[in-house]
Design a protein around this ligand. Structure first.
Ligand code: ADP
Ligand code: ASP
Ligand code: MG
Length: 404
C-alpha cells in the first residue's frame, strides 16, 4: 500500500516526539508499505516566527513572511529524516517545491495549482521514506509560498490525491474529531465518522482539528482520510462522503472560533454600490470576510447606516488599512474594531430536515445571560457572535443542550 501520513506540530514538538513518530513510520514500512510523510513545524515555531516578523513590521511584507514561515517545516523534515536514518531506514526530506507542489502567487494563503510528484515516486521506488514539508509550495516562477495556517493538512490531502494513495492518515494530539473541542468541553464525544460537509462547516467555524481548505479539497477529490492520535493506537475518525445514517443526528458538533475580530464602519451613506466598494476592496486585498451585518439606516437627508463584518484577527490591521483607504471616496464617519468577540456555531446535516435548532440554541444562550451580537446561518450551520469572555462557557452550554 502507499500511505500518506501527516504529523502536526505537537506530534513533532520535540526530539523525543520526533523519535516516536519515526518508530511509527518504521512500523508501517516494515509491513511492506510505501510511506510518504508530511510534517508541520514543531509546536509554537510558526507562531514564534510570526511574532518576530511583527516586531519588525506590524503588517509584514508577505513574500518575506512566507520565506520566513517556510523555515519552520524545513527544520522538521530534516530532523524527521535524520531520526529515521539513525534507525537505519533510508529517508529523504523534500521541501514543498522539491516535492513538486506548485501554487498561485497569493502569499500566506496560496492555493495549490498542481502537483507533479515525479521526485516522490522515484525516491519511493528506491526504497526511501519520503518526508515532505507541509504548508508550503512554490509559484511557477520560483517564489516560496505558504498555504494558510494549518496548511500542512492541505499538503497531506493534496499529496494523497496526487499520489493516488491507498490510505491517508492525519496524526494529531487528540484521538479524532470530537463533538466539540475536548479541551473546552470535557464531555465531548469522539465520532467514528463524519461527512466532508459537516467537518468542512465545523472547520470553517473554527474547529482547528483540520484546516477547512484541506477538507474542501478532500471532498472535491474524494480523498477518504482518518484523523487519529500520534500518542496512542486508538481508532480515529473516518472522514468521507455523507451516508444515510448521518442524517439521523441533528447536531453533529459545536465549534468555537476565538480568532475572529469585528469591524464596524460607522455612518456609511446608505445608497447602492457602497457595500460593493467595501467588500471588493477587502477581496482585492485577499482578506476573507465571514459574517456581515448591515444595520437599519438612520438620519435625515443623506441616510447613513453602520456596516459590521468579521475577519480573521490576523487580517484585522490590513482590513482597517484597506477601509481607511476608502474614506475619501465613500465618506463614512469612523471605523471601530473589536477583538473581544468569538463565533460559536452548531453544525449538522440533520438540520436540513429538523426545525427549531436556532430557537433551542438562542434559548440556551439566553438562559446563561449570553448576549448575541451577530447571527448567520447556512443549510447545515448556525453561528452567533458573542463576547469572548463568555465564549467557553457558552460552548459547554450549547453542547449540553444538543449533545449532552
Ligand atoms: P496539529 O498540530 O496536529 O495540526 P491542531 O492543534 O491544529 O493540531 O489541531 C488539534 C487541536 O484541535 C486539538 O488539540 C483540539 O484542541 C482542537 N480541536 C478543536 N475542535 C476540535 C474537535 N471538534 N475535535 C477534536 N479536536 C478539536
Ligand atoms: N506550521 C503551520 C501552522 O502553524 C502549518 C501547520 O501546522 O499545519 O499554521
Ligand atoms: Mg493543525
Amino acid at each position: 500500500m502507499l500511505i500518506v501520513q501527516k504529523y502536526g506540530g505537537s506530534s513533532v514538538g520535540n526530539i523525543e516526539r520526533i523519535k516516536n513518530v519515526a518508530s511509527r513510520i518504521a512500523d508501517y514500512r516494515s509491513k511492506g508499505h510505501k510511506v510518504v510523510v508530511v510534517v508541520s513545524a514543531m509546536a509554537g515555531v510558526t507562531d514564534g516566527l510570526i511574532k518576530m516578523a511583527k516586531e519588525l513590521m506590524p503588517i509584514p511584507n508577505e513574500r518575506e513572511l512566507d520565506m520566513l514561515l517556510a523555515t519552520g517545516e524545513q527544520t522538521t523534515i530534516a530532523l524527521a529524516a535524520m531520526a529515521l536514518n539513525s534507525m537505519n531506514i533510508p529517508a529523504v526530506s523534500l521541501t514543498g517545491a522539491q516535492a513538486g507542489i506548485v501554487t498561485d502567487g497569493v502569499h500566506t494563503k496560496a492555493k495549490i495549482r498542481n502537483i507533479t510528484p515525479k521526485k516522490i515516486h522515484s525516491l519511493l521506488d528506491e526504497g526511501n521514506v519520503v518526508i515532505v514539508a507541509g504548508f508550503q509550495g512554490e509559484t511557477p516562477d520560483g517564489q516560496i509560498t505558504t498555504l494558510g495556517r494549518g496548511g500542512s493538512d492541505l499538503t497531506a490531502i493534496a499529496l494523497a490525491s496526487a499520489l493516488k494513495a491507498d490510505l491517508c492518515q492525519i496524526y494529531t494530539d487528540v484521538d479524532g474529531v470530537y463533538t466539540a473541542d475536548p479541551r473546552i468541553v470535557p464531555n465531548a464525544r469522539k465520532m467514528e465518522e463524519i461527512s466532508y460537509d459537516e467537518l468542512l462547516e465545523l472547520a470553517s467555524a473554527g474547529a482547528k482539528v483540520m484546516q477547512s481548505r484541506s477538507v474542501e479539497f478532500a471532498k472535491k477529490f474524494k480523498v477518504v482520510f482518518e484523523v487519529k492520535s500520534s500518542m496512542n493506537n486508538n481508532p480515529g475518525t473516518i472522514v468521507k462522503e455523507e451516508t444515510k445514517s448521518m442524517e439521523d443526528v441533528v447536531i453533529r458538533g459545536v465549534a468555537l472560533d476565538k480568532n475572529q475580530a469585528k469591524v464596524t464602519v460607522v455612518a456609511v451613506p446608505d445608497k447602492p454600490g457602497i457595500a460593493a466598494q467595501i467588500f471588493k476592496a477587502l477581496a482585492d486585498a485577499t482578506i476573507n470576510v465571514d459574517m456581515i451585518v448591515q444595520n437599519v439606516s438612520h438620519g435625515n437627508g443623506i441616510r447613513t447606516t453602520d456596516v459590521s463584518f468579521t475577519v480573521d484577527k490576523a487580517d484585522l490591521l490590513k482590513a482597517k488599512k484597506v477601509i481607511d483607504g476608502l474614506k475619501e471616496t465613500i465618506g463614512f464617519k469612523d471605523i471601530i474594531t473589536d477583538e473581544n468577540i468569538a463565533k460559536l456555531s452548531v453544525v449538522g446535516v440533520g438540520m436540513r430536515s429538523h426545525s427549531g435548532v436556532a430557537a433551542k440554541m438562542f434559548d440556551s444562550l439566553a438562559k446563561e445571560g449570553v448576549n448575541i451580537n451577530m447571527i448567520s446561518t447556512s443549510e447545515i450551520k448556525i453561528s452567533v457572535v458573542i463576547d469572548i469572555a463568555a465564549a467557553e462557557k457558552a460552548t459547554r452550554t450549547v453542547h449540553n443542550a444538543f449533545i449532552g
